[in-house]
Each structure stands twice: as C-alpha cells, then as structure tokens.
Design a protein around this ligand. Structure first.
Ligand SMILES: [Zn+2]
Length: 304
C-alpha cells in the first residue's frame, strides 16, 4: 500500500514530468475503479485538458487538470497554492481533478504509449508527448475519481475528515505529544487512523514504532511525554530518510514500491539489526504487524 513517503515522492516525480502536457485521449480497461459524479465517459471528460501540478493529501494523489488554461499568465491561475516541486504549472482553482486512492495495490506507470500494458491495467491516459499515464491495480480495490471542479472533493468518502499530513509539517511536537497522550486506542491503531494523521499505513506504522522502540499494542495514553516525543521525532526522521531512498531507487517508469530500507516490516524471522532478536509477525485486528520483542517490550498483560 503506498503511504505518505511513497505518494510524496511520486507527486514530485509527476511534477517533473506532467505539467503542461495535454491529454490526447484515454482508455478505460476496467471501469470498476472509476467514480465519475457527472454525465459522460472519462475519455470525453479529460480529452483536451492540460495537466497542471500533482499534489497529494494523505494516501490520495491529486492530478490537477487545467481545462482551457494555457499557461501561468492565465488569470485563472493566480492565487493557487504552489506545490513543492512545480513552480510553473499551478492548479487552476476552477479546474478539474483526477484523484486516486490506490488503496492496497494500486500503482502508476508513466511510459511510452507503445509499451506493453501490465496485467490489471485499469486505465491509461494518453498524453501528447507520446507517453501514457497508467493506473494499474492488482486487487482492483483502489478508486479513481474524476472531479469536474475542486468542490466535488466532498464526494470522496473520508476525505473531508483527514487529519494533518503525516509528515507532521503542520503539527508541533507539543501538540502531537498532547494528542497522543489523550487517546486510549493502542498506538499502532492511532498512527494508522487517517483522522489522526493522514498517510500512515501498516508498513510505516511498524517501522515508526520499531525505530521509536515502542510496542505496537501500548495504549497511546500510557506513553510518557518522552516516548511520545520520540515517536514524533522518529516520524520526521524516518520520512526524511524514506524520501531520499525512494527517490534514488524509483523505477524509470515510476512503478513499484521501494521498501528495501525497511528494518522490520516484512522481515519476520530475520534478526533485529539493533539487538539481534528474531523479528516477529502477529495479527493486529484484520492486519498483520512486525516488530522486535527485544527492542519493543510488551506492555503489562500482553504476552508479546
Ligand atoms: Zn531489536
């Protein structure tokens, strides 16, 4: 599942490639992922639109389409918020958007249109530079929303309730510590609660808690100020490190996940790089979690 660092790097990569390109057409191979709140087929709705910047919000990727705009001099562009990577193609405040929630298995591919289509490709956006922007989803659980204008964002379930971005750029250490220590859910559930922080899933929750040396089942309110502060700093450090790793290992066509630098996630049975204890896997609600019983001691009453 792509999480905050993955989508952050992807948005940056798209901002280096897409702004200014015109959509020549589109092909839908599997409409099950599509959500279009207006009349018309995706192919007709997007044809002729110009790609602006790409943003992300939590686990959603937002492609801004500047319908009819021709460039930064267009008055419709003024006042738009500039994304991190692009200073040339800000979103048209009245423009359409494609918003993608990749869920468990959605991936993107940016490649020459003639390149063989991967199995489970759901849709391809044809661009005027001869490239395709494809959305592939092996589980077909992701969603691709076409929003005719930004106000339609409210049709996306859960979007309005998203918490602050998970990189904590807008959350101070003091605020974070206070919020964590006021909650009764276990710390892992809290970190993956999108209303608490937007963008952390199972993989990064495991990595954060390992690096912060906190057992995933610890009730959030049982964390000391020092421990909660450690989680805060770990998130910032881990995301900064992840961004560098993901950027430097990103595939040319932008497909795939970069996870080689993970220390516990997916590493059950391997030895902890810090203390040498075997990393374990346990079920956690409907999910599975990995942690090191040596570095992350269990809270009272828990066997692991
Ligand atoms: Zn360990």
């Amino acid at each position: 599942m792509p999480e905050w660092p993955d989508l952050h790097v992807l948005a940056g990569a798209f901002n280096e490639r897409l702004p200014g390109l015109t959509i020549a057409g589109a092909k839908v191979f599997n409409p099950i992922v599509l959500r279009i709140p207006v009349e018309g087929a995706l192919e007709e709705l997007v044809a002729g639109k110009v790609l602006g910047s790409t943003d992300h919000r939590g686990k959603y990727l937002l492609f801004h389409l500047n319908g009819g705009s021709t460039g930064p001099d267009d008055p419709a562009w003024t006042g738009a918020q500039l994304p991190v990577w692009s200073d040339t193609q800000p979103p048209d405040p009245a423009g359409a958007q494609l918003v993608v929630n990749p869920m468990l298995a959605g991936t993107f591919q940016y490649c020459p249109a003639g390149e063989k289509k991967p199995p489970r490709t759901c849709l391809a956006i044809h661009l005027d530079n001869g490239y395709d922007l494809r959305y592939i989803d092996e589980k077909q659980m992701g969603k691709v929303y076409y929003l005719p204008e930004p106000g339609y964002i409210r049709i996306i379930p859960g979007f309005a309730g998203l918490g602050p971005e998970a990189n904590l750029a807008a959350v101070s250490a003091g605020e974070f510590v206070k919020k964590v220590r006021a909650r009764h859910s276990d710390i892992r559930n809290l970190l993956t609660d999108q209303e608490f922080l937007a963008g952390i899933g199972n993989a990064y929750a495991d990595e954060i808690l390992f690096c912060a040396r906190i057992h995933p089942k610890r009730p959030a309110h049982s964390l000391s100020t020092e421990e909660a502060d450690r989680v805060y700093r770990t998130i910032k450090e881990l995301f900064a490190e992840a961004e560098v790793e993901i950027k430097s290992h990103l595939a040319k066509d932008l497909r795939g996940k970069v996870r080689h630098f993970f220390k516990v996630r997916g590493r059950e049975g391997e030895l902890c790089p810090v203390c040498g204890t075997k990393i374990v896997r346990r079920t956690h609600g409907l999910n599975e979690m990995n942690f090191c019983p040596g570095c992350q001691p269990a809270p009272a009453g828990h066997l692991y």
